[in-house]
Write a protein of this length. Structure first.
Length: 253
């Protein structure tokens, strides 16, 4: 990592930690150069990087102001501050919400447009997941899992859909690595993927949509059961939230 990028990351961490509060003025170039032991040129380039992500705004004659996170255009930066501010599992839960919006509809569309080659690729991904489970290769399992869903995105025949999840790349890998480290979740994921493949093979869009929705439900349930420290139950009719400890939680390696 180049020095400006390294410093930009350090400045972002200071913003996330609250050392440089949102909507406050960032210290001057000279102060930052002294604080981090780097040249003014490096500081200037680091601030430029933050500015390109709309994390900061330069106001002539007034200084460099830190924008509120809702204005940031870097997904990685937004995730970092949300993870620090939010309760356990909120970011992972939001990611599943986003996946629901795209992937359920994608499965429905893919059922109408998938090719023989697409089905063969999906089957191959499942075989890789089974192999990864047998050999205890979490990295291979995650790679095959992501490849399975990527095939479905492309099988829709809509060129825009695969790009909708491109910004989530690293976040998807991190989330799946966390959950796929747990054997029970691997078993559930394989079963859900097999059901999705059967539905897509049938060419039935409703069945395919339902299979993907069941997979999203299972993913959310597994997150709560095996990963989170607590399980939150929403009582909608009373408008209350009850948080209970989860004795079935498995430690994540």
């Amino acid at each position: 990592m180049a020095l400006p990028e390294e410093l930009a990351d350090m400045l972002l961490e200071s913003i996330v930690d609250g050392q440089f509060p949102v909507e406050s003025v960032l210290p001057s170039e000279g102060e930052l150069a002294l604080k981090y032991g780097m040249s003014r040129l490096t500081v200037r380039e680091a601030v430029r990087i933050l500015r390109s992500q709309n994390i900061v705004t330069i106001r002539r004659g007034r200084g460099t102001f830190i924008n509120p996170p809702k204005a940031w255009t870097s997904l990685a930066a937004v995730v970092r501050i949300e993870e620090r501010r939010s309760s356990s599992g909120r970011v992972s839960g939001r990611l599943i919400e986003a996946r629901r919006l795209v992937e359920i509809g994608a499965a429905q569309l893919a059922a109408l447009n998938r090719s023989k080659e697409d089905l063969e690729s999906l089957a191959a991904s499942i075989e890789e997941m089974l192999l990864a489970k047998r050999t205890n290769r979490v990295d291979l399992f995650v790679e095959a899992d992501i490849a399975f869903h990527d095939v479905i995105m492309h099988a829709t025949g809509n060129m825009f859909i695969p790009f909708m999840f491109e910004p989530f790349g690293n976040l998807l890998v991190e989330a799946r690595t966390e959950t796929s480290s747990i054997p029970e979740i691997q078993v559930n994921a394989i079963a859900m993927h097999e059901a999705i493949l059967e539905a897509l093979t049938s060419g039935d869009p409703t069945r395919s949509r339902d299979a993907m929705e069941a997979h999203m439900d299972q993913t959310e349930n597994d997150l709560r059961r095996y990963v989170l420290d607590t399980e939150t139950t929403l009582t909608r009719d009373r408008g209350t939230v009850v948080t209970t400890s989860n004795p079935q939680r498995k430690a994540t390696p």
